[in-house]
Write a new protein. Structure first.
Length: 291
């Protein structure tokens, strides 16, 4: 079973808190749940601990992946988040003071200094790391040493890549590989809680076929039937790419079957308790019983 957690805001919707809370609550109730963030990137200036943990684990780890794996002791970062990036800020002087231009259409790809793609083929799971020196040359000099130390600690060591390689990855080069990892994870768990990214309807083709959708925004979460949501995504997607669809647009077409009020959390790490999540957990158990 797949629960797809989508955001109704481009950022800070609360997807990661909701996804990790659901995994924890389901596992407390005896349901084998596993978190899955198909594609994720971390701005390491805002989340420097992702650099530290990547160096310790010797694998590129994003902030979301580290948060999602907390309820599942020993969960491999590579399976929680098969495609991950470390994103650097721009140094205004090093981009000739044209920050807005540098943040243009291809701005994100030009800021990715480190990337990891994980491949799940048969019984084998392996990763490839990439290093974009051009992104490092555009970043604040104070980050150079930290990023190079992480790059030197990764296993396997990263291959050199340029902006074009990062653009291809963001354009969907590895989405089918990511779905193979989803298939592997589904063989390990009764319920896979998939966190989308930004406010897109689904990050891959397979994740666009959920059993249940939880759409979150500050203060509220909305439940939607997975099949109806999937049909809505198909209706408006460009060339069969669900990541081209806005989650809110898909939800408006699919309709929602219920909603829950979300309180302001003093400590997001603790997440939402069983009393808040009860309607979602009950719906999940009903779907499992009907299968």
């Amino acid at each position: 079973m797949i629960i797809l957690v989508v955001g109704l805001y481009p950022e800070s919707s609360g997807k990661t808190v909701m996804a990790s809370s659901l995994v924890a609550a389901l596992r407390r109730d005896g349901v084998a749940a596993f978190p899955f963030k198909p594609v994720g990137g971390t701005d390491v200036w805002a989340s420097p601990w992702a650099l530290r943990e990547s160096r310790r684990l010797r694998v590129l780890a994003t902030g979301d992946a580290l948060a999602l794996r907390r309820p599942v002791e020993g969960a491999p970062v590579e399976l929680v988040n098969p495609l991950g990036f470390h994103i650097l800020p721009l140094d205004p002087e090093r981009v000739s003071w044209r920050v807005r231009d540098a943040l243009g259409v291809q701005g994100l790809a030009r800021r990715i200094a480190l990337a990891r793609a994980t491949f799940c083929r048969g019984n084998n799971v392996y990763s490839v790391h990439l290093f974009n020196p051009d992104a490092l040359r555009r970043a604040p000099r104070s980050l150079e040493r930290e990023v190079m130390e992480v790059a030197g600690a990764l296993v396997p060591l990263p291959l050199r890549a340029g902006d074009e390689a990062m653009e291809n990855i963001l354009a969907g080069q590895y989405v089918d590989e990511v779905d193979q990892c989803l298939e592997r994870v589904m063989g390990m768990a009764e319920v896979v809680v998939v966190e989308s990214n930004s406010s897109i309807a689904a990050p891959t083709r397979a994740t666009a076929r959920p059993d249940l959708v939880v759409a979150v925004s500050p203060g509220a979460a909305y439940l939607a039937d997975g099949e109806r949501f999937s049909k809505a995504v198909d209706l408006v997607s460009l060339a069969g790419k669900p990541w081209s669809v806005d989650a809110g647009e898909a939800l408006a077409l699919a309709g929602h079957t219920g909603s829950i009020s979300l309180p302001l959390l003093e400590d997001p790490v603790e997440g939402y308790g069983p009393d808040i999540l009860a309607p979602i957990i009950e719906r999940v158990k009903t779907i499992l019983e009907e299968r």
